[in-house]
Ligand binder design. Structure first.
Ligand code: SF4
Ligand code: SF4
Length: 176
């Protein structure tokens, strides 16, 4: 026993007092992803990038529901890398045990959907459309191109394709 105390005196303590004291992790530690609902635009990039499908982004009635299940997370940080707004970031939180209340592992957000300017179908989140319009304003495209792009941003994919084909046909007729 005395020998052990001598070794500790010589080399210092290698163990930590956790859980009696907080365990300090490095800043780059990959802990629980934290979701900031106010920053989320519902683009679904995180959901597409997430290998174990811990994040889902689904249309439910008139809302887009964003949901994260930490029980499936492998802390790979792909969501953090691809999120364009910083709405999901890995934190240094490591105390994730949930024995009785598994809902503590779920983070969730609901966003209003926007309707297509042509057919009225719900097709995206209002936030994503506003975000895209803001980005267009900041781009160095010509006014004409921005106007054209804004028109298409407000259309659902089907109406967008129909309008694009019509516009190409009109242009082709003018050339011929
Ligand atoms: S850290 Fe990886 S596994 Fe966890 S939610 Fe993000 S992408 Fe999915
Ligand atoms: S804004 Fe970020 S958190 Fe929200 S859906 Fe897009 S990638 Fe995911």
């Amino acid at each position: 026993m005395m020998k052990l105390i001598d070794i500790t005196d010589k080399y210092g303590l290698e163990t930590c007092k956790y859980p009696l004291e907080p365990y300090l992790v490095p800043e780059t530690y990959r802990g629980q992803p934290k979701y900031k609902f106010d920053l989320c635009i519902g683009c679904a990039a995180c959901s597409v990038a997430c290998p174990p499908n811990a994040i889902s982004v689904k249309a439910v009635d008139t809302k887009v529901v964003w949901e994260f299940d930490c029980g499936r997370c492998i802390f790979c940080a792909r969501c953090d890398e691809v999120c364009p707004t910083g709405a999901i970031r890995l934190s240094t939180e490591y105390e994730l045990a949930a024995k009785f209340d598994k809902s503590a592992l779920i983070q969730r957000g609901e966003m209003d959907m926007a309707s297509c300017a042509e057919c009225g179908k719900l097709y995206s989140t209002k936030r994503l459309i506003s975000y895209t319009l803001r980005k267009l304003e900041l781009s160095n495209l010509s006014e004409e191109r921005i106007k054209n792009a804004k028109f298409y941003v407000n259309l659902c994919p089907e109406c967008k394709s129909k309008k694009a084909i019509l516009s190409l046909e009109t242009e082709a007729k003018e050339i011929l």
